[in-house]
Design a protein around this ligand. Structure first.
Ligand SMILES: C[C@@]1(CC(=O)O)C2=NC(=C\c3[nH]c(c(CCC(=O)O)c3CC(=O)O)Cc3[nH]c(c(CC(=O)O)c3CCC(=O)O)/C=C3\N/C(=C\2)[C@@H](CCC(=O)O)[C@]3(C)CC(=O)O)/[C@H]1CCC(=O)O
Ligand SMILES: NC(=O)c1ccc[n+]([C@@H]2O[C@H](COP(=O)([O-])OP(=O)(O)OC[C@H]3O[C@@H](n4cnc5c(N)ncnc54)[C@H](O)[C@@H]3O)[C@@H](O)[C@H]2O)c1
Length: 195
């Protein structure tokens, strides 16, 4: 079977500065995805025109700025991540070239082959977060799996997480002893599978 070789990580977007080039439907979708996960995300959007929903959204977040102008190389200055989401493939390629030259990680929304990273479909229950990828094969399938998991994972999972966190803080002993105790305490959660 073909395998997905993407390596998932969870970024702290309050500590990074993201540049989004393009403020249309897709620019709005990507900014919205980042803010849903991280309301404190630090995002600059450069575009010649902005979709109205994006303009309304940006006003509600202190760390999102919309800059109405054509893209230029200097926009990359001080950014750690870039999303190129214009409707101009050649321009998206230019943004990719500039990002590579500046060693900034980039997602090119219309060209998966040029992406250093993909955005995932995200399930959230309190502190629990699950990111889904189909290796770029079908974002629609990722969205549907997200919906299934969102409904099937009970909301109480966050209380369980809080309890385990408190327990983790109270456990004594070295690392190996703590791992042993935590495994024993949680074994009951997966007991059904062993039968
Ligand atoms: C998960 C999600 C995250 C997000 O964007 O927040 C996401 N796309 C979402 C939705 C979505 N995107 C598209 C549709 C239309 C139906 C369809 O095509 O299925 C829908 C469905 C909808 O909107 O209902 C079209 C589309 N997407 C890409 C291309 C370009 C291409 O493939 O060439 C085209 C064709 C453009 C065209 O035809 O013009 C590319 C990418 N989209 C990815 C992520 C990355 C791969 C993720 C993975 O590994 O699965 C990747 C590779 C790069 C990236 O964008 O990071 C978000 C889920 C929302 C949710 O969770 O609710
Ligand atoms: N990755 C995904 O999930 C996904 C999904 C659907 C579509 N797409 C692709 O994303 C691309 C964008 O689609 P859209 O619907 O957002 O288009 P759109 O027409 O709504 O928006 C295009 C944006 O690009 C900006 N732009 C154009 N030239 C510019 C320049 N020189 N400098 C700065 N900004 C400039 C415009 O001002 C506008 O904000 C399309 O190529 C589409 O194929 C990607």
């Amino acid at each position: 079977m073909e395998e997905n070789h993407l390596f998932p990580v969870f970024f702290k977007l309050e500590q990074l500065h993201v540049l989004v080039v393009g403020g249309g439907n897709i620019g709005h979708e990507k900014v919205s995805a980042m803010l849903q996960n991280c309301p404190g995300a630090h995002i600059s959007v450069v575009a010649t025109r902005f979709n109205e929903e994006l303009e309304v959204m940006a006003k509600q977040y202190n760390d999102v700025e919309l800059i109405r102008k054509p893209f230029s190389c200097g926009d990359l200055f001080g950014k750690q991540l870039v999303i190129a989401a214009t409707n101009d493939k050649d321009l998206n390629y230019t943004v990719w070239e500039k990002a590579k030259a500046s060693k900034v990680l980039i997602n090119v929304a219309d060209t998966p082959a040029l992406c250093d990273f993909y955005l995932g479909s995200v399930v959230t229950k309190g502190n629990l977060k699950i990111a889904i990828s189909t290796n770029g094969k079908s974002p629609t399938m990722a969205k549907r799996i997200k919906q299934i998991l969102q409904e099937s994972i009970p909301d109480g999972v966050n209380e369980l997480l809080d309890n385990l966190h408190r327990l983790r803080d109270r456990l004594k002993g070295d690392f190996a002893a703590k791992v042993k105790q935590l495994n024993e305490i949680t074994a009951g959660l997966v007991e059904e599978d062993k039968k």
